[in-house]
Design a protein around this ligand. Structure first.
Ligand SMILES: [Fe+2]
Length: 257
């Protein structure tokens, strides 16, 4: 599905936030490898990146898997990656908010520091993984005209405010979620609702009804890094058919083995 979408939009670069890929909590090295194989070029993350202990070693050796750049420098991995496409450099920056989240280094000052080091890079995409809409909007005004796009993640529900500022920065508070939409931000309703009703901890698992793939497509003028078009998309995903074809493939490979 992703490969078809990539073709449909003539995408030069595909970025996905994967921090909930492993049953809602982090990502494993095997999953990250699969996601790269599906056609994702760079993976970003957020507060759940350390949930799977196996990722510590993998992220240190995988520059295309980012953790928020405002973690202290002792944390493994990096929050910035620069790629070159047809002689144009593109930087992807991952930052995390601090309102109602862990106390990390200042995302605004971290962004300033990163941008000051990105000489000759006009196209800069920022995944700002944050809870508070106000903090995300503040980042837009802080970086307005200095980056090509600020794409909000973490809250899982696509917001209706995708726009391009007069200075050429595309912005959306939340790009949406790839996952089950008959859910509470991707998780089964029962335990999540139960936690609110009882105040007691519950074991969460990912939901499986009404699966959708959501995201945004940004077109950028590489000469100045300004966004020229910005659109959101939603596609239904037939999970049952996918699981059926996966089972068929497995039984075929079992037979041939
Ligand atoms: Fe998150």
């Amino acid at each position: 599905m992703l490969k078809d979408l990539r073709e449909e939009h003539s995408a030069d670069l595909v970025v996905a936030n994967i921090e909930n890929a492993a049953g809602g909590f982090g990502v494993t090295p095997e999953m990250a490898q699969k996601i790269f194989a599906y056609g994702v070029d760079i993976q970003t993350s957020g507060n759940h990146i350390w949930d799977r202990v196996q990722i510590l070693e993998y992220i240190a050796d995988t520059p295309r898997l980012l953790r928020p750049a405002n973690y202290p420098r002792q944390a493994p991995g990096s929050g910035v990656h620069v790629v070159e496409i047809r002689e144009h450099k593109i930087a992807v920056v991952n930052l995390m908010g601090r309102v109602y989240m862990h106390t990390l280094d200042c995302p605004f000052k971290t962004a300033d520091r990163i941008l000051s080091r990105l000489e000759g890079v006009h196209t800069v995409l920022v995944d700002f993984h944050a809870e508070a809409t106000s903090e995300k909007q503040a980042m837009l005004y802080h970086l307005d005209g200095k980056v090509s796009a600020i794409i909000g993640t973490h809250t899982h529900v696509r917001t209706a405010d995708a726009r391009i500022s007069s200075r050429g920065t595309a912005y959306v508070t939340d790009a949406g979620m790839t996952g089950a939409h008959q859910s509470i931000i991707g998780m089964e309703v029962g335990p999540s609702l139960g936690r609110f009703l009882t105040g007691m901890p519950k074991r969460f698992s990912t939901a499986s009804e009404d699966v959708k793939l959501q995201g945004v497509v940004v077109t950028v003028d590489p000469s100045d890094g300004h966004a020229t078009s910005f659109e959101s998309f939603t596609h239904d995903f037939d999970l049952a058919a996918y699981q059926g074809s996966k089972a068929d493939n497995n039984s075929e490979s079992d037979t041939s083995a």
